[in-house]
Design a protein. Structure first.
Length: 238
C-alpha cells in the first residue's frame, strides 16, 4: 500500500498547495506518503494566523484519525504565534497518540545538524517581510542574520517563481554577504528543492530549505534513517 514505510501527516499553511507535494515526493524514498490538511491562511493577517493555530490542532486530530504515523505542524509563524511550540506538540502527542513535530522544530534541528552560525535568507515575499525573517533567526534560532534577499512575490504567486531566478537570488545574497555559511530558503511552497545541491557545490555553503527540513525531520521522527543524495548535505549526511 502507499505509505507502507510511513504516512506523514502535514498541516499546510499556504493559499494553494502545488509545489510542495511534487518536491516532497522527489526527496522521500518509495513507501513514504504525504497526508495534508489545508489551513485557512488567507493573507497571513494576525486574525488568519490565530485561526490557523486553532485549525492546526484540529487538523492534527484529523490526520491521526486517518492513520498518519506522525504529524508535522506547518507554518513557522503559526507555530510560533503563542511562543515555543514544544508544549503544544507534547499535549497533542498525548491526546492523539502519534508523534507530533513542527516546521519550526524541523528548522531548529536542521540548523544544528549543519552547524550553521551565519545565515542568509532568501524569501519570495516583499521586502517588508525581511525584518521578520531576521528577527526569527536571531531571537528564536539563536543564529546571526547575514543578509536577506526578498523576491517581491506574494502568497498567491510563489508557485510561479522559476528555478533560474531562485538560483540567481542566492548568488546575489552570497556575493553581498561573503561570510555567511548557510543560505536559508524560507517558505516551503516555491520551487527551491532542485537548487539545493547545485548551490551548495557552486557557492560552498550549506543550503537549507523549509521543505527539505520538513521532509528530513518527518522521516527521522517516523524512524526512516535513509540517506538521500541530490538534495543537499542535510539529507545526504544526517
Amino acid at each position: 500500500m502507499y505509505g507502507h514505510r510511513a504516512r506523514i501527516g502535514y498541516t499546510v499553511a499556504a493559499v494553494t498547495t502545488e509545489v510542495f507535494p511534487i518536491d516532497f515526493y522527489k526527496i522521500v524514498p518509495e513507501g513514504v506518503s504525504l497526508m495534508m490538511v489545508m489551513l485557512p491562511l488567507g493573507e497571513r493577517s494576525a486574525k488568519d494566523v490565530e485561526k490557523c493555530y486553532d485549525a492546526s490542532i484540529e487538523g492534527a486530530r484529523t490526520l491521526a484519525a486517518c492513520g498518519a504515523d506522525i504529524v508535522l505542524l506547518g507554518g513557522l509563524p503559526i507555530n510560533m504565534s503563542r511562543g515555543d511550540p514544544a508544549g503544544l506538540m507534547k499535549r497533542l502527542e498525548d491526546e492523539i497518540g502519534v508523534p507530533v513535530t513542527s516546521s519550526t522544530t524541523a528548522q531548529q534541528k536542521a540548523y544544528k545538524a549543519l552547524g550553521s552560525r551565519k545565515v542568509g535568507t532568501v524569501h519570495p515575499f516583499k521586502p517588508d517581510q525581511s525584518i521578520r525573517h531576521d528577527k526569527q533567526l536571531k531571537d528564536f534560532f539563536g543564529l546571526e542574520p547575514c543578509g536577506v534577499y526578498a523576491g517581491g512575490y506574494d502568497l498567491k504567486t510563489v508557485g510561479s517563481i522559476e528555478l533560474d531566478q531562485v538560483m540567481e537570488w542566492a548568488r546575489r545574497l552570497k556575493k553581498q554577504n561573503p561570510d555567511l555559511d548557510t543560505i536559508n530558503f524560507a517558505q516551503p511552497h516555491w520551487r527551491v528543492a532542485d537548487a539545493i545541491e547545485p548551490l551548495e557545490q557552486e557557492l560552498k555553503v550549506n543550503v537549507m530549505t523549509s521543505l527539505q527540513a520538513i521532509a528530513w525531520e518527518s522521516m527521522r521522527v517516523a524512524g526512516i534513517d535513509d540517506r538521500i543524495a541530490g538534495y543537499g548535505k542535510l539529507l545526504r549526511e544526517h
